[in-house]
Design a protein around this ligand. Structure first.
Ligand SMILES: *Cc1c(COP(=O)(O)O)cnc(C)c1O
Length: 389
């Protein structure tokens, strides 16, 4: 008999009733060190007092009005994002998937309005993840995500990650955009080298097509810059954001240049909940905290510390671990043992990691993790690995 909850997840036998900073707590009081942060969502830790304050204050005043009216919290957050990034304009969503939907629509409408309605194709890469909607799964294109769900939304051209030679011939007079994650998350923590991102930007400029970056997982301070593409010194035309921006409250956004967004006039897109006062109040506070240079400097310092300790950990368990990868606090360990077994053994040592493709475990702690917690994380991962040897 089917469970009351649609069984699309193989859930771990853990139930948390409380969160505190980098810790998740079960009803019996067992405390788990959370190196997953709800898949890079709880960027400022669980029940962050500053976020609790803005959320509860907003909850006492106004939850929802719809986008038929001005939403001051949304306006303020859009201004902050425009101020801090390449973008001239922002649309708010509730999730990364919805951000993907709009990014695809925006790119197509841009060329439609330019009198090039045949430019509908979006080039994507193996190992990518852009959400679970019809557009999201068609964009990723993997058999795992698409099998049985056809007919798929047409117009996506899938290239092999890092196949440089395939890129230029794939761009035709039907191409609208290239869509890529600066650091693949679900794909196994795979950073796109800075020079490749620069090369993609140049290629898009040369061919007159748009560059769409999916920073849903790698954005909002995760890599030590506010957005990951900043490391390469380039700017996209359109960017998808979600996960960390809401600090745990469902919030996403599409950021765009004035040029790329030019087709999105009144009536062309909408969302009932997108940019609601609760989400935008929290998002505004997240932006204030994460965009501060001192905060990002701390992320970089702690990332260096964590990485150094992980390298030593991996070296001391060559039968369980293979290599550290990633950037900032978006780290992964390529495993020799089966990654799912490592994640599961971690639960016995009260440490939470998240599996990804390519036999990787992801380490995506709250950006507020302390030095002591990093040391404790290493102790627990060390015990985890020892239990598997
Ligand atoms: C999680 C994720 C998405 C989808 O976001 P949801 O909020 O789950 O809809 C899209 N792209 C990337 C890179 C992601 O990590």
């Amino acid at each position: 008999m089917i469970a009351p909850l649609l069984p699309t997840y193989a859930r771990a036998p853990l139930s948390f009733v409380k969160g505190e900073g980098s810790w998740l707590i079960e009803a019996d009081g067992r405390r788990f060190l959370d190196l997953g942060a709800g898949i890079a969502v709880n960027a400022l830790g669980h029940a962050n007092p500053q976020l609790v304050e803005v959320l509860t204050e907003q909850a006492q005043n106004l939850w929802h009005t719809s986008n038929l009216y001005n939403i001051p919290q949304q306006q303020a957050l859009a201004e902050k994002l425009v101020e801090a990034t390449f973008a001239d304009t922002v649309f708010f969503t509730n999730s990364g998937t919805e951000a993907c939907e709009l990014a695809v629509k925006m790119a197509r409408k841009y060329f439609y309005d330019k009198g090039q309605p045949e430019r509908v194709e979006i080039i994507t890469f193996s190992g990518s993840f852009h959400g679970r909607s019809s557009a999201g799964i068609a964009a990723a294109g993997s058999e795992k995500m698409t099998k049985g769900f056809g007919p798929l939304l047409p117009g996506f051209v899938h290239l092999q990650w890092a196949d440089h030679d395939a890129l230029e011939p794939a761009i035709t007079d039907k191409t609208a955009a290239i869509l890529i994650e600066p650091v693949q998350g679900e794909g196994g923590i795979v950073p796109l080298p800075d020079q490749c991102l620069k090369g993609l930007r140049d290629l898009c400029d040369e061919k007159g097509i748009l560059l769409i970056l999916d920073e849903v997982q790698c954005g909002v301070g995760r890599t030590g810059r506010l957005f990951a593409h900043e490391w390469a010194g380039i700017e996209p035309d359109i960017m998808m954001v979600a996960k960390g921006i809401g600090g745990g409250f469902p919030l996403g956004a599409v950021l765009a240049t004035e040029n790329a967004a030019s087709g999105m006039t009144a009536g062309t897109h909408g969302s009932t909940y997108g940019g609601n006062p609760l989400g935008c109040a929290v998002g505004g506070k997240v932006m204030d905290i994460v965009s501060a240079p001192e905060f990002l400097a701390e992320v970089n310092r702690k990332a260096g510390l964590f990485r150094q300790k992980l390298e030593a950990l991996v070296a001391s368990h060559p039968d369980v671990f293979e290599a550290v990868r990633g950037t900032g606090l978006m780290l992964g360990i390529k495993c020799k043992a089966t990654n799912a077994d490592v994640v599961k053994a971690g639960y016995d040592h009260q440490v939470i990691t998240v599996p990804a493709a390519d036999n990787v475990i992801r380490i995506l702690p709250p950006l507020t993790i302390t030095d002591e917690e990093i040391a404790e994380a290493i102790n627990r991962l060390d015990a985890t690995a020892a239990s598997l040897s």
